[in-house]
Design a protein around this ligand. Structure first.
Ligand code: 6R9
Length: 654
């Protein structure tokens, strides 16, 4: 297990000098009362009424928190509809002409939807989905790039109570098939193709390949993204035509129980198999609306941009549901940050007068590398708040972001959370707290979290340990697909949490300082975080090991200046296999089994993998080799001679 080592390895993370939020920000902040932490603590769990109050309920709930143990039932007895909350109520409140969605397309196109326009298209597509047979609780898979039809389809599903399962567009046919099979999803919305860095990606043929291996018959809707009219097979539907057929129709939003599933999203867990996390309608929506309000300080009149792809949880919570529930203008960008020029992001912020920008450390590190001349060319004075998510951010990048993008005046929120948590759990409140570059902050009001040692005892300030969540939170999932007892099952893994009535182990290492600020140290399980995207080492490893000519393979995380972590594949080739050809095949295999993002950065060939006497591959050692660290005692190895070969093979590689 790499656990303790990886905690130690990253324990070098330093925290920079604390900074106060500027008074001008505090004055206008959605939440600026320092008493908010105490107020929540005194009134837990009823404090979460404040989050629920940001929503419109068809039926009020009987209890803020129901259930004495997992599954907890947040806002039990309440009924609501997420699409009503994101659309209808803003239209009804005289805000129909405000822009809900502004889209910047890859080919330089742009489109905006007012709340009324978005409401109409969502209604029409909801009617269309019903027409092709989708019923309440049917899972609809959405396999689309960053185009407006993606949030439209999500909200249309939400309207009729059909959980969506968004599969990141960059995932392969195999990955799509695996997720559709697991979710038993018989409906798919995809597109003909799209351009990535000028090259066409044939999305529809990936979708077709996925469907071949599935037991269920799949009904497919295709968006004509390339604009060249895709020929459709029997039983396939064209998005435009479907919507046109239902022009002007409205669909009554289905009242869902607060604990009914809003959507399903797959993430990489320790097991190596993608796990489907089911998020609820009431708790999830309340959590993301509240955190979008309190942490991201979103106001209805803002233009807000979260650069994450909707294929990941961040895009679900903070591009779609949180901002639209609050009635703001949310921006969607289809392109890449360096195309056509490396100032693309800043040009978009200037042109759209973006107020709040939320991105990932991996992007910030790339911006730093490209240099401040790019942001300096643009007027970024519309920005009021900056946020980051997905990985630890080092103080240097944090300060660069604040100085060069925020002109030293915008607070920066470093928000820690996970697919499993649904929304932000640890961050500073920008209108209340001092910021410490490199530390995410305290658990938010109403959130219980501790850093504990292996025995489950809270560690002393400055010591590293495991981050655990000690109280239920509204955005918690009801369950994982096929694993109803997921929370219970995760409890005893590591560390020991026997002393807690209930706790959730996040699989992250962390330290905490004397003010309760948490600094994250990275995953302690076998999950890689490449540019903020989660992959299980086992997932990648099995794709590599499947290549003919690979005798044995192991995949570990290595360092990467921009991506945070790099994928290192150690391959022992079969007799007579050509290394050059194998390297190519390994790249292709991972790209087709998972995604181009997961393709190994480094492939090291070695005659043998280092093994313990019981024959287990010593991953810890492979990680240390990748990090160019002292290897410590290798005497427990069955084949210690392989170590020197590995090091020199890696030197050649680099
Ligand atoms: C939202 C999201 C979750 C994992 C998480 C942790 C890492 C996320 C972080 C952070 C340090 C932050 N992580 N935010 N690490 N500081 N502010 O990213 O969800 O894709 O499920 O990843 O990402 O390791 O456990 P997800």
């Amino acid at each position: 297990m790499p656990s303790e080592d990886s905690v130690e390895r990253s324990a070098r993370a330093a925290v920079g000098e604390a900074v106060d939020p500027p008074p001008s920000f505090v004055e206008q902040a959605n939440v600026s009362d320092p008493g908010v932490y105490e107020a929540f603590a005194e009134d837990w769990p009823d404090c979460w009424d404040r989050a629920a109050d940001l929503l419109s309920w068809t039926e009020p709930y009987d209890a803020v928190l129901g259930g004495a143990g997992p599954p907890f039932r947040w806002f039990d007895g309440g009924r609501l509809n997420a699409s009503y909350n994101c659309l209808d109520r803003h239209v009804e409140n005289g805000r129909k002409n405000q822009v809900a969605l502004t889209w910047e397309g890859r080919l330089g196109e742009s489109r905006t939807y007012s709340y009324l326009e978005l409401y109409r298209e969502v209604n029409e597509f909801a009617a269309a989905l019903r027409d092709i047979g989708v019923e309440e609780d049917d899972v609809v898979t959405l396999y689309l790039p960053m185009i407006p039809e993606l949030p439209v389809a999500m909200l249309a599903c939400a309207r009729i109570g059909a959980p969506h399962s968004v599969v990141f567009a960059g995932f392969s046919a195999d990955a799509l098939a695996e997720r559709m099979d697991d979710a038993d999803s018989a409906y798919l919305v995809t597109c003909d193709g799209y351009y990535r860095r000028g090259a066409p990606v044939h999305q529809k043929s990936k979708a077709d390949n996925a469907a071949i291996g599935l037991d269920q018959d799949v009904t497919t809707v295709v968006v004509d993204r390339l604009g060249d009219g895709t020929p459709l097979a029997e039983g396939e539907h064209d998005y435009e035509q479907l919507v046109a057929t239902h022009r002007g129709e409205t669909v009554e939003p289905v009242a869902r129980d607060a604990t009914d599933q809003l959507f399903l999203i797959y993430t990489s867990g320790t097991t190596g198999e993608p796990t489907g996390v089911r998020h609820t309608t009431g708790g999830y929506l309340a959590h993301v609306a509240w955190t979008a309000h309190a942490v991201l300080d979103i106001k209805p009149e803002d233009t807000y941009w979260c650069s994450a792809d909707i294929g990941w949880i961040t895009g679900h919570s903070y591009t779609v549901y949180g901002p639209l529930a609050l009635g703001t203008t949310t921006m969607l960008y289809e392109g890449t940050p360096d195309h056509p020029e490396k100032d693309r992001v800043w040009e978009l912020i200037e042109r759209n007068a973006v107020d709040v920008f939320y991105t990932a450390p991996t992007a910030i590190r790339a911006f730093m590398k490209w240099g401040e001349k790019h942001p300096d060319r643009h007027d970024l004075s519309s920005l009021r708040l900056l946020g980051t998510v997905g990985e630890p951010i080092n103080p240097r990048a944090w300060n660069w972001y604040r100085d060069h993008i925020g002109n030293g005046e915008c607070p920066v929120v470093d928000t820690w959370w996970q697919t499993e948590t649904g929304g932000v759990m640890i961050s500073t409140l920008p209108g209340v707290d001092r910021m410490k570059p490199g530390a995410a902050g305290r658990p938010l009001p109403g959130i219980g979290a501790d850093v504990v040692d292996g025995e489950g005892e809270p560690v002393d300030p400055g010591e590293s340990g495991y981050l655990v969540v000690t109280d239920p939170w509204p955005g918690m999932p009801l369950s994982m697909v096929h694993d109803e007892d997921w929370f219970a099952a995760r409890e005893p893994t590591r560390p020991s949490l026997d002393d807690y009535d209930w706790a959730y182990f996040t699989e992250d290492g962390a330290t905490v300082d004397e003010d309760g600020y948490v600094t994250l140290l990275g995953r302690v399980d076998d999950v890689l975080n490449v540019s903020g995207h989660r992959f299980a080492t086992m997932e990648i490893e099995s794709a590599v090991a499947d290549v003919t000519g690979v005798a044995e393979a192991a995949v570990v995380a290595g360092p990467h200046e921009l991506k945070g972590e790099a994928v290192y594949a150690y391959v022992s080739p079969a007799e007579g296999a050509s290394e050059a050809a194998l390297r190519e095949q390994v790249h292709e295999a991972v790209e087709s089994a998972i995604s181009p993002i997961a393709v190994p950065d480094v492939v090291v060939f070695t005659p043998d993998l280092p093994k313990t006497r019981s024959g287990k591959v010593m991953r810890r050692l492979l990680e240390s080799v990748a990090h160019d660290e002292d290897l410590g005692d290798t005497s427990a190895l069955r084949n210690p001679e392989v170590v020197g070969e590995l090091e020199s093979a890696l030197d050649d590689e680099e």
